[in-house]
Design a protein around this ligand. Structure first.
Ligand code: PLP
Length: 456
């Protein structure tokens, strides 16, 4: 598109990159890569280097790159009607159709879909709706939100607070006071190595109960969690976790927000992560897989119980005071409709489950015996390899050794993109659902080579 010799310089001089070491980048000491095109599971940069993207961008290009069906739907929508807002009862054919398609794919008991642009803003919407709900019910004290350490829910003021990762709090004056964190459901990193998985689940539940007891259930509005921890390390929950956690929340009348930004629309081999774990959400956050990132679009799916109260609220107070200019943007909605159709036509939810199981086995075959590989885990097409200094004693590397980033960099040298997860030495994978078994083998084999080059 825009080809000129200045791009690399302009990039250093003018572009503020998210999640980047700003000073090193500006000085020219941190790598830069200008991506030009993509096809299937591969992207290609301006220098013609082709890379197998085993993280689907940021776990979002679920149908793979270069899908002309979606590109055509976007172009057609832009030509017919690039924009109209969704305020005071307005809509477009695409946004209304997509709302219906989303509800058709949502778990039982969900009622309406509000559309935003990013996972972060969808979670901001969710927290506002929770507060509104409790105000309408006449319990203004019931406002705190419980999140988990290592949860990831965005990087806004509220959502950055919900996120339980140090990097997103440090020097930003976060978390805000209304957010409280509980134990991460991370069995491999449990403090007490003698605990069985079931005992660790009971420990997580006991921690939740103790937090509720300390704070008072009448001050706690909602609990937010990802079905599988994503950016916090790609960690499936321990056995029985969600059943037991949900029972406690129900007992204390605490709403459940299930953040399905990563797991929504197929990544676990089920349409929603809520289906996978038998979750009964009051609100669901969706983004990434809704459009496979062909256009920015997110959503808050509101359950019937909350919806009735929201209606009552507007009867008492007038129109809901919430909305963005780009809510339900028609181009995003057109991309969403085409994307969900494609997922159905190509049977990609099933593919994610099947290829996911195959991929995890391939990783275990390639790396399972390595002395510095502590755990290989995953669910569907989310997988992680966690590195340890000593496997028997489960001793972790010092963060200053940057083992995770060094393995990811070595893997890139082999032409494969994995992600060094931000906290801990963890290499994460979340490939497009169209990844073939040959590509899965390639990723596993090259990961083994990369690990050998860094850790011996
Ligand atoms: N929730 C989850 C589970 C996510 O993984 C992310 C992003 O990775 C978000 C929310 C935030 O989404 P966004 O980056 O679109 O704001």
């Amino acid at each position: 598109m825009l080809r000129n010799d200045m791009l690399e310089k302009w990039d250093r001089d003018s572009f503020f990159h998210p999640s980047t070491h700003l000073a090193e980048f500006a000085r020219g000491n941190a790598p830069q890569r200008v991506i030009r095109t993509g096809q299937g599971c591969h992207i290609e940069d301006r220098d013609g280097t082709r890379l197998l993207d085993a993280f689907a961008g940021l776990y979002c290009v679920n149908v793979g790159y270069g899908r002309t069906d979606i590109a055509d739907a976007i172009a057609e929508q832009a030509r017919e009607l690039a924009y109209y807002h969704a305020y005071v009862g307005h809509g477009t054919e695409a946004s209304i159709t997509l709302a219906q398609m989303v509800l058709d794919r949502a778990p039982e008991g969900m009622s309406k879909v509000y559309f935003g642009q990013s996972g972060s803003d969808a979670n901001e919407t969710n927290i506002k709706l929770v507060w509104y709900y409790n105000n309408i019910l006449g319990r203004p004290e019931k406002k705190k939100i419980i999140s988990r350490w290592r949860g990831y829910h965005g990087s806004g003021l509220m959502t950055g607070s919900l996120t339980g990762l140090e990097l997103f709090h440090k020097k930003f004056d976060l978390p805000l006071a209304q957010v409280i964190h509980t134990e991460a459901p991370y069995y491999y990193r449990r403090d007490d190595l003698d605990l069985s998985e079931e005992q660790f689940t009971d420990h997580c539940v006991a921690e939740l109960e103790a937090l509720i007891e300390r704070e008072g259930a009448d001050t706690i509005a909602a609990f937010i969690g990802e079905p599988v921890l994503g950016t916090g390390g790609i960690v499936p929950p321990p056995a029985g976790y969600w059943d037991k956690m949900q029972a406690v929340l129900k007992e204390h009348d605490i709403l459940l927000i299930v953040d399905e930004v990563v797991t929504g629309f197929g990544r676990l081999g089920t349409m929603m992560g809520s289906d996978h774990y038998g979750l009964k959400p009051d609100l669901i956050t969706i983004a990434k897989g809704l459009t496979s990132a062909y256009a920015p679009l997110s959503g808050s799916i509101v359950g019937e119980k909350m919806w009735k109260v929201l209606e009552k609220g507007t009867d008492e107070n007038g129109p809901i005071g919430h909305g963005w200019t780009y809510s339900a943007h028609p181009i995003g909605a057109a991309a969403g409709v085409a994307n969900l159709k494609l997922i159905d036509e190509l049977n990609l939810v099933q593919a994610a489950g099947d290829t996911g199981a195959y991929f995890q086995n391939a990783l275990k075959d390639a790396l399972g015996n390595h002395a510095k590989v502590g755990e290989i885990r995953g669910e569907g097409l989310m997988a992680a390899v966690e590195f340890v200094a000593d496997r028997d004693n489960r001793t972790f590397f010092d963060a200053s050794e940057k083992v995770g980033p060094r393995v990811a960099a070595a893997l890139l040298e082999h032409g494969v993109i994995g992600r060094a997860m931000p906290q801990g030495d963890i290499l994460g994978f979340a490939p497009p659902f169209c990844m073939t078994r040959e590509e899965a083998d390639e990723v596993a084999g090259k990961t083994a080579k990369a690990v050998a080059s860094v850790l011996g």
